[in-house]
Design a protein around this ligand. Sequence first.
Ligand code: HEC
Length: 110
Amino acid sequence: MRVIFLVFLLVISIFGEDFITKMEYAKMLYFNPRGIGCNLCHGKNGQGSIIARYRSKGKKRVLKAPAINTLSLATFSQALKTNHRVMPTYFLTDKEIEVLYFYVTSKANN
Ligand code: HEC
């Protein structure tokens, strides 16, 4: 019985990572990064989008989230480790940031 369990654990540890593809994981994280989904502001592929239109002092204004699919990894990563006025602060690991970067810069996606 114990041997079967150990074999089972071995199989999981070898094949476990392949249960979902990197792309599936990346998409999940982009839509649900332990906080508000990036897609809600930056669009479903990171192409950027309009968050709101409003009027201030009689002028029409537009609040936009920039495109994030053409940045360098360094800029992308830096932005996720600093505080912003509009964008929430996330607490992502370097690995998670890299996976999010993979998602928005993937050719299959844009
Ligand atoms: C509430 C809307 C909102 C959400 C949600 C959001 N962002 Fe942003 N993001 C912005 C805005 C607006 C900016 C421009 C800086 C600012 O004013 O906050 C920005 C800036 C950025 C930048 C820097 C862009 C540049 O040109 O330097 C990156 C990278 C980025 N966001 C990635 C993400 C990722 C990845 C997520 C999800 C983990 C996310 N954002 C979630 C609104 C959002």
